[in-house]
Ligand binder design. Structure first.
Ligand code: TYD
Length: 201
């Protein structure tokens, strides 16, 4: 059984999305089905929730609940069926983002996230998580050159510092699952680092 659940994480501006086509190509070359998906989103309902989440202001706990509502649908409709078929599932963000953004940066109690995670995931965890890590100044500088920012991308450097810290804490707590990619180097070097991690999957 080849099925593997791979997630990509990092602050806005860390550059993770740039690498998705290459990762799909690498995995696809093995002749195995590859599903590329994202959170919040990944289903028709989840994409509607994404629009609300990225553009409406709401209480951080409402945000957390909607993230997990979208995730419940994503797991049931997309992730579990694909893993059952033996596919590789590549998700641009998953629950570590809720720990980083809603708990780490917005102050939602981590134990509430733990409860929702247990309820919604019933033990499902990524096999591997690539964390694209950059210093906060780099992320903020990249975002200021980017397209119109969404709600999360308009936040302050202090907010991003909390996100980075929370991600690095998740990585320390889950050392087997997390692979930290230094994304503060030329693109070809970052790509090589990603390639090295995918090659051993
Ligand atoms: P992102 O993945 O960066 O997509 P894009 O590159 O299209 O902007 O955007 C998703 C945003 O949602 C990002 O700012 C992080 C946020 N988010 C959370 O706050 N919590 C979550 O649980 C997830 C999955 C995402």
């Amino acid at each position: 059984m080849t099925a593997k659940f791979i997630t990509l994480e990092g602050m806005d501006g860390a550059g993770k999305s740039t690498h998705i086509p290459n990762i799909i190509k690498m995995l696809g070359a093995r002749g195995v089905e590859v599903i590329s998906t994202r959170e919040p989103g990944g289903t028709e309902l989840g994409e509607k929730l994404r629009t609300l989440l990225l553009h409406e202001n709401m209480h951080p706990e409402t945000e957390t609940l909607l993230m997990f509502a979208a995730r419940r649908e994503h797991i049931a409709q997309v992730i579990l069926p694909a893993l059952a078929r033996g596919a590789y599932v590549l998700s641009d963000r998953f629950t570590d983002a809720t720990y980083a953004y809603q708990a780490g940066a917005k102050g939602v109690a981590a134990n509430k996230v733990v409860q929702l995670e247990q309820w919604v995931q019933e033990g499902l965890q990524p096999d591997v998580t690539l964390l694209f890590d950059v210093p906060v100044e780099v992320s903020v500088a990249r975002l200021s050159n980017a397209r119109t920012p969404d709600k999360f991308e308009r936040e302050s450097a202090e907010f991003f510092a909390k996100i980075r810290e929370a991600y690095l804490l998740r990585a320390r707590e889950n050392p087997e699952r997390f692979k930290i990619i230094n994304a503060n180097q030329p693109l070809d070097k970052v790509y090589k680092a990603v390639e090295a991690q995918i090659a051993v999957l």
